[in-house]
Write a new protein. Sequence first.
Length: 573
Amino acid sequence: MFDFDSIVNRIFAYLSAKEEHKNIFEDSAYTSLIESFAQELEFYYTAEGYHTRENQWKLARNKSSLLAQSDVHGYVPPRKISSRGFVKFGVSENFNTFPSNTVNIPKYTQFSNGGDIQFVSDNDYQMTTGDVSIDVGVVQGIYRSETFISTGIDYEEFQVTNSSIENSFFEVFVNGITYTKVDTLLDYTSTDPVYIIENFVDLTGISIKFGNGVFGKKLNSGDTIVFKYVETLGLDGNIVGVGIVDTVESVIYDINNDQVDDVFCTNESGIAGGAEEASLEEIRTQSPRVFQTGDRAVSKTDYISILEDLSYVKKVNVWGAYETNIDNGVDPWTFIESDENVVKVAIITESNENVSDAQKSQILEDINPNKSPTDIISFQTVDFINLIFNISAFVVNSSYSLTDVKANLELEVSEEYSIDNLSFEQNLYESDYKRFIDSVDGIKYHNTYISLYKELSFSAPYTLDIQLPIYPIDPETIKVYVKLISVDDYTLVATGDSVGDLIAESGYNTDDSNINKNTGEGALLINSGLSDPYEDYEVRIEYQSTSNDLLLNSRKDIFQYAESRITIQYARS
């Protein structure tokens, strides 16, 4: 050991073993000298150990240590990422009034929640005299601009110190001309108006680097460089609720350059995708993966690796014609014209949702430079299959509290089968989930089965098409519930019979409603019993499979824990 006390003790032990130094402890001057020397040795070995550890990829504890080495992998860690989405813009509070003149909404128009979360428009928009409202794409952040004057040297660089520069939403202008961001200057000629962005090693800012007149256009002395960007909140800039972004912060003008006094905005859906800069462990994991794939999307594994590197992506599944043929039980190399060069992608975000339209656009922008030009990305809507654990549990003896065992059982099951711990293409087998429940402390034995539910919305007045994801179905377990969106509790309106026909409860009529037990397909028609607008209702169909082993029927499906229904009592002795 090379701590202070160990060093001192070893020195004294060594010296006292020699006859001429055995009384050294009695001389305070010697003691002070040895202790000073030991202190410096401790500092030296501490620093030596620190540098040795920080140079080891698996041992480093500082982000800057990994970032200093990640260039070797060709990995560029993401800075903070803004949430993206849309706000509805109009000239009346109810969004039902036409403007008297066309209204201009330029890029970087600022919106907010009336507080500390601000957004900018992602492009130039116009609201014409034929619009009562328009959707404006927005990026979370505050608009910033930095101006520099060139000295005309080769590979001139300009630094912007700000740890919250958004990862991809920025622009560079030289004398008013837009320059293009590229990955390397070496691929460009003396006349190409390009630049590269390099992160500071601690991600507290960036450098903007231009060419030398051979590789990329060289700046001239006196050129004016403008860097426009947004300063983002990252993860803290996500908006979950609707109606939150309600303030237009910028002054708005019409096409005649007259100020528009009455302007309004709102968000009709969440604005998501915001994320923090790459963490230490993300860099440690992703940088070698980029090196292994060459940052090129060729195989299924490549696509998954690149997509999982996006900070707002939690889980990914990717497949194509090869896997589709396997699913259909035919030769994997059978030609499918409709699937030729189609790469199907199912993605779950960090907020456990499907990707938004804005995120899809960002994904395409990120992955297009890495994929084959002939590959066509097809986003698949993830079907979240909700699990209800029905557990009748028996506790060992009265030394266990029934209340505590029940609470712990529910917690253990909810964590084990949460979407964080489940994967695409992962089936649930009865032996596995029963064995897991057996292992919960205090459980002597239990009877457990899993039921499932799917939530749907009417597509026409009290009518909807049904496709249940797990089948074959035990038709007599089907229960159809309906509720108003503004109400918490569902009402049972129909149950299944032995052939899958949906038999109405008292007060309702569901004639011609049924679900095919072999395919999960069917239709619901509530002919009477509902009176509110059909758009105001939610439908929930609960059912069980004929098998206690739950097998996924699609690569875009994934199980997730929804709830537990637990009865608990002491086992008979």
